[in-house]
Design a protein around this ligand. Sequence first.
Ligand code: ZN
Ligand code: ZN
Length: 265
Amino acid sequence: MGLRDRFRPVLDLVFPPRCVYCGRLGSYLCDACRKEVQPIGRDICIRCGNPMTVRGVCHHCRHDPPDPIRGIRGVFFYKGPIGQSIRSLKYQGVRELAPILGAYLADYIREHPIPIDALIPVPLHPQRLAARGFNQSELLARTITHILGIPTRADVLRRVRATQSQTHLNRAQRRQNVANAFEVAPGVDLRGRTLLIIDDVATTGATLRACALPLHRAGAREIWALTVARAHINTVIAPDGSGPPPAEAFLLWDEERKRSAGLTF
Ligand SMILES: [Zn+2]
Ligand SMILES: [Zn+2]
């Protein structure tokens, strides 16, 4: 138990927790804001997890499925209290949000059970880890371990290349940006294993796929990915709110919605 945890009751008295979304005193994500979260639901692309109006395979995945990932799933839309919680966890270091968000992931796995041998958190580059002090994906995975008993293996995958922020990159640029950024630690044998990659948020799934490729090469039998939130490529703005959306940005969800509804645009 760390110092911060040991003194938590005292700290809570001096600095009582506040809801990161509405500011209400009492908890880091209050009951009222928890009622506002927006689950993505069942109508998704079964491969990349993008929301659609019907359950099926989206037009991206018909040409370019996220192999070797069997399926990517996100629990919530990246907006409102969930979007703010993820940003507060990552950029303001409110670690107390990790068990709250991780519990949502555990709930999702419980409701959509697949036999998983291990959870693989998306690793940070060592420099990023040193700057932030923690890997939010690992904290999320460890919460799932705590609740469901599925082991977290944070030692399997390593980020061997620092990558630029994906915020202003389009789909093709994102894939290029994270290509070969990850590798499996030497001597790790994943033959026959079913793995679930854990991250806080996915947009196009490029990072998850870059993680899955070396896992697959190391023998993993089946790879899935689960994130707290799914972001629209245009809704991810820089923490300082700067910069225009990328020129080639596409409104993926709206596009899908129109396609699914048989509309032209
Ligand atoms: Zn609140
Ligand atoms: Zn898809």
